[in-house]
Design a protein around this ligand. Structure first.
Ligand code: BES
Ligand code: ZN
Length: 468
């Protein structure tokens, strides 16, 4: 029971929470899973890649589909929110029975690009079951989160034991650039005592986790100019360099000889308790698919490196393709550099350190500009103690039949820090139904169907635990 939460506004339609037994809740969840799974397939068929303007209409369609599914559960309030230029977010509310807290259930309906449909075993937007897993882009990240919340609301027949605000955003994979504005403009609407973010992973199938730390994320585009125009590489090559090589020098300066991030002044949490949590290296390497002989970068335990230290990667370069290459010295080249940030870092300050480092390391007097992307995800960490966390641990352990573990993730969810800043009193529970084989953002993304069913049961138990 959570006693520290303030009571939510009373819903005149509700007399009080309906008493359920755990068995009846579990049975109700089991009964709705087949329908939830087929609606998950319906959502996966919509290529809601908000980051790609060609898929803007699909992202609208995906928000409309989510709104339709939520609308069928008799919410007191259903809206599609958007800020200027932002993606559609769905909000639906089931106000709290008298004296009960309000829980905000978060997930996102936008997905990553496919990385090349031809590489997938089955087409990314045709959900396909193999060996107990549902394959498709968004099957795990994060349409599974969307459908987990809806399955729970269905199991309670649209009358959850606590107040529920369902908030499904549409631009998480783009760094949620307009989310701060949505939170400002709809502050009252989104206020909650507890927030459940179903967008994270678990250490193994059917082992429940609460995620207690996430890295932040920033990116910059470095643009290097060396010449006014392309030059014959034989006539001028030697004394005159090319912009792409100059760019690669700047990029190569981002790591030292051990593969450790070399931008000075970045924050790292070494020697933390969580860092002691061991990740078995052999299994992890196999999951990562490193080629024979490939070395791991950096120093420290794997958990330290993935959860508690910064990481830098080059995500794209604008330069001629090999097929289009000709014998000219390139005047200009650009690259997008992405940096993950350790909990405790200040995202904007870190981004400036990265930009400064790149400017300082471009060779040969090249002209360099560094511009930043629109999305910023602050890192986040929390101490999972207190009423709501205890409730979650009890609910999850009971639903899964095994103890709940606390874990970090190396990925980022911009909403979390933003929400916590806006509503400092709210408890933040980061959950989800992903597992290490889910291949987030990769080829052949998938969801364990058993994890989906158990995760929905766990969340239904959680709402019951949060009832006073
Ligand atoms: N759901 C992921 C975060 C995640 C990844 C959790 C792996 C657990 C395991 C989330 O949708 C995501 O990918 N976020 C982006 C955020 C970014 C665009 C600010 C990320 O981390 O790249
Ligand atoms: Zn996600």
């Amino acid at each position: 029971m959570v006693r520290s939460l303030r009571p939510g506004p009373a819903d005149p339609r509700r007399v009080g929470p309906v008493a359920h037994t755990r068995d009846s809740i579990a049975a109700a969840v089991e009964a709705v899973i087949p329908g939830a799974r087929s609606d998950l397939e319906r959502l996966v068929r919509i290529p809601s890649i908000w980051a790609d303007p060609a898929h803007a209409a699909d992202t609208e369609a995906s928000a409309a589909a989510v709104a339709e599914l939520a609308g069928a559960l008799n919410p007191a309030n259903l809206q599609i929110l958007r800020a200027e230029g932002g993606a559609p977010a769905v909000v639906a509310q089931w106000p709290a029975p008298e004296g009960q807290p309000t829980v905000l259930l978060y997930a996102h309906h936008d997905v990553q690009p496919t990385g090349g449909d031809e590489h997938w075993t089955s087409p990314p937007f045709e959900p396909t079951e193999r060996d107990g897993r549902l394959y498709g882009r968004g099957a795990a990240d994060d349409k599974a989160g969307v459908m987990t919340h809806l399955a729970v609301l269905r199991a309670y027949e649209g009358k959850p034991p606590v107040g529920v605000t369902l908030f499904i955003e549409g631009e998480e994979e783009s760094g949620s650039p307009t989310l701060p504005q949505l939170l400002r403009e709809h502050h009252e609407l989104l206020a909650a005592d507890v927030i459940v973010i179903a967008d994270a992973a678990n250490p193994a199938v059917d082992v429940p986790a609460l995620t207690t730390s996430l890295r932040g994320l920033v990116d910059v585009v470095i643009d290097v100019s060396l010449l006014e125009r392309p030059l014959h590489s034989g006539v001028f090559g030697g004394p005159v360099g090319d912009a792409l090589t100059a760019l690669t020098h700047a990029l190569a300066s981002l790591h030292d000889e051990k593969g450790e991030v070399a931008v000075p002044g970045l924050h790292a949490n070494t020697g933390t308790d969580a860092a002691a949590l061991d990740i078995p290296e052999a299994e992890w390497r196999a999951e990562a698919g490193l080629v024979e002989g490939a070395e791991l970068l950096g120093t420290g335990t794997l958990a330290e490196r993935i959860y508690h230290k910064p990481a830098i990667a080059v995500l794209g370069i604008d330069a001629p393709s090999v097929a289009q290459a000709s014998n000219v010295l390139l005047p200009r080249a650009r690259a997008m550099v992405s940096m993950r940030l350790a909990p405790g870092e200040d995202a904007l300050a870190a981004r400036e350190k990265l930009a400064e480092h790149l400017r300082a390391h471009a060779p040969w007097g090249a002209q360099v500009t560094v511009e930043h992307g629109s999305g910023v995800a602050e890192p986040f960490s929390l101490d999972a103690n207190g009423g709501a966390y205890d409730a979650a641990k009890r609910a999850f352990s009971e639903a899964y039949g095994t103890a709940t573990v606390e874990m970090g993730i190396g990925g980022s969810i911009p909403f979390i820090a933003e929400f916590a800043r806006t509503f400092p009193g709210a408890a933040v529970l980061v959950t989800g139904v992903g597992d290490p084989a889910s291949r987030w953002h990769g080829i052949d993304e998938s969801l364990s169907l058993s994890m989906f069913a158990t995760g929905a049961r766990a969340e239904a138990f959680l709402l019951d635990e949060l009832r006073r």
